[in-house]
Write a protein that binds this ligand. Structure first.
Ligand code: CP
Length: 335
């Protein structure tokens, strides 16, 4: 763990912590109508980008562990936040991250922050400058609710879903992380986190993407090392149909790192996901973090088929985050 107060990605949780999270998540999920015992855990969630699942599930997760969660939308229902502590604030930003993080750190035991796709180069953005600034100034532990490089809460839900479907021991399970065409170039936090989370579980991970859409080299190497240690491996292919044997087909679009703009139309036909592709797998479950563009990224018949795990996967956001908040609540001495 880099810093016990900052959860930026899957590697910021130890194997034992991850096991505890899944144990709590599964226990709570097995008794969904049991009212929680009030714990007094106060959770905050600050969003610089839109959200449906993370926002709703993080609030419900706090409730599941007996706490409360307050959601704030930066610049919409808060003052516009300046993220550079050295800035001369004579523009439209009213409050500096230094004061905002110090103040929020007094109100909450745990603070989640979502901030992806900043203005800098990939080399700058991959260091998660916004999330690290909150960690620098806040007394409360910071949880990434999706940063530039990782989406750790999504990864926990993905892992929980695979355990439920394939069994607790995922060592050597053949899984495919596959790029899909999308009209816009999207951030790579989810594919990075799925890659690393499944590698930490020992899966045999195949990453499929068009040339020029490489994932972060350091994360790829980190995942390869983790997978080999757990009985799996990581391999990269540019063949969109290299899915034979896969038990999981994890679908996500991303742009060349740090880039925005439209995706080239000539990739669309080869990289959409349809029943023909699913039929080439070993009865794979189809996973996607959502939101998904139906009949563009994944065909409607795949999403409506028994192959689709996406609803279960999204539902697990709540249970997995309850496990995470239980862990953090214990660390800060509230639970
Ligand atoms: N998967 C996910 O993070 O969804 P939202 O963007 O709706 O939170």
């Amino acid at each position: 763990m880099l810093d016990p107060r900052v959860i930026l990605g899957p590697a910021d949780l130890t194997a034992a912590e991850r096991e505890r999270i899944f144990e709590v998540a599964s226990r709570l999920k097995s008794q969904p109508n049991t009212a929680p015992v009030p714990s007094g855990l106060r959770v905050g969630a600050l969003y610089f980008n839109p959200s449906l699942r993370t926002r709703a599930s993080f609030e419900q997760a706090a409730w599941l562990v007996g706490g409360t969660c307050q959601t704030l939308n930066a610049g919409a229902d808060t003052w516009g936040l300046e993220l550079d502590p050295e800035a001369v604030m004579d523009g439209d930003k009213v409050e500096n991250v230094a004061e905002a993080a110090r103040v929020l750190g007094q109100f909450f035991h745990v603070l989640g922050v979502r901030s992806f796709r900043g203005d800098g180069s990939w080399e700058v953005e991959r260091t998660e400058p916004v999330l690290r600034r909150f960690a620098q100034y806040s007394n409360a532990p910071i949880v990434s609710l999706e940063g530039t490089t990782h989406h750790p809460c999504q990864a926990l839900a993905d892992h929980l879903t695979m355990r439920e479907r394939l069994g607790e021991d995922l060592s050597g399970q053949p899984v495919v992380l596959r790029w899909a065409w999308h009209p816009r170039m999207l951030p790579a936090a989810v594919p990075h986190s799925y890659l690393l989370e499944s590698a930490l579980a020992g899966c045999d991970v195949r990453v499929l993407h068009p040339e020029g859409y490489d994932l972060d080299a350091e994360i790829l190497e980190q995942a390869r090392t983790a997978a080999r240690a757990g009985g799996g491996d990581v391999r990269v292919s540019h063949d969109p149909r290299d899915v034979a044997g896969a038990r999981v087909l994890y679908v996500k679009s991303w742009g060349p790192l740090g880039q925005t703009g439209p995706n080239p139309d000539d990739l669309r036909a080869d990289w959409q996901v349809d029943m023909d592709l699913v039929g080439r797998t070993e009865e794979a479950g189809v996973m996607h973090c959502l939101p998904v563009r139906r009949n563009v990224v994944i065909s409607g018949d795949v999403l409506e088929s028994p192959h689709s795990w996406v609803t279960q996967q999204a539902g697990n956001r709540m249970w997995a985050q309850a496990g995470l908040l239980s862990l953090l609540g214990t660390k800060v001495g509230v639970l």
